[in-house]
Design a protein around this ligand. Structure first.
Ligand code: ZN
Length: 282
């Protein structure tokens, strides 16, 4: 990415003035006409062009960029905001941020300004201090439990092991958004041993719609895994399809049906899970 003042404007550019501070991102062109562009996923455009790859980058005194791909807000802010939207944080909700770097510290300020309670879960002491200085209600280690159940969580740390950790920290109906260019493998999620994940039904409103579709097609016994790739406006992570909202759906129709039944009270293990625990104790 490149950041600097506008030195000159091309013909017809009206959104910027000479001297404006702008950023040039990785993504510098999309066709605007393909199916992906038309549905708002321009980061998936097969005809995209990239700064430093298809055009000269920022290791120079001056650089050029199409005005439509010059930004006042770059990746960290845009990805973070997109992740916050994906996390479906309710009004004045409880938000957990796993990892507290550039993006998360911007999201935290947006969420706090909207009245949310923010809990930072990150390993770095400096990051924890920063979170508290910005107004987070708590700051602890990434594998620690937050002091209260979360309505929403965003995983910024590129650590798949934290996916089940974050999911267990969610309250009923909570949503986990996974935001990152890269994520290590997500460990298998065992539904019998993860009653707080399964029975409590931590699936987004979108997931409920998907479940309805899944039930309609359950006779095919198809394995359904919802993995939606969010769109990005800015580009450093565009090629990687940077923002993922992960919906975990069971593989069997019976399990699908179970998810659509009324949820048990929070933190009450399923019978199957209780039996498993008893057997293990023996
Ligand atoms: Zn396109």
């Amino acid at each position: 990415m490149v950041v600097g003042p506008v030195a000159a404007l091309g013909d017809g550019v009206t959104d910027y003035a000479v001297g404006d501070r702008v950023g040039v991102a990785w993504l510098r062109h999309t066709d605007g006409t393909c199916a992906y562009c038309r549905r708002g996923n321009e980061n998936l455009c097969p005809n995209s062009l990239y700064t430093g790859w298809d055009a000269d980058g920022g290791y120079a005194e001056y650089t050029t960029v199409p005005a439509a791909f010059a930004y006042r807000l770059l990746c960290a802010g845009i990805i973070g905001y997109r992740a916050l939207l994906r996390a479906s944080l309710p009004a004045r909700g409880r938000l957990g941020l796993y990892g507290f770097g550039d993006s998360a510290h911007l999201v935290a300020q947006v969420a706090l300004a909207q009245g949310a309670t923010v809990h930072a879960l990150t390993r770095g002491e400096a990051s924890q201090r920063l979170a508290l200085e910005l107004g987070a209600a708590s700051a602890g280690g990434a594998y620690d439990s937050p002091p209260e159940p979360l309505d929403s969580a965003i995983l910024f740390a590129p650590v798949g092991d934290l996916v089940p950790v974050a999911m267990r920290a969610l309250d009923r109906g909570g949503v986990l958004a996974v935001a990152g260019i890269h994520l290590t493998d997500i460990p298998p999620l065992n539904y019998e041993h993860e009653p707080s994940v399964l029975a409590v039904g931590k699936i987004a409103a979108l997931g409920q719609q998907v479940l309805g579709l899944a039930l309609q097609h359950a006779s095919t016994n198809a394995f359904l895994r919802g993995l939606t790739v969010g769109s990005l406006v800015a580009g450093a992570v565009a090629a990687a399809g940077a923002l993922l909202a992960v919906l975990f759906l069971p593989s069997q129709p019976a399990q699908l049906a179970q998810l659509t039944r009324p949820a048990r009270p929070a933190h009450q293990p399923t019978q199957a899970a209780a039996q498993t625990a008893a057997a293990t104790a023996d």
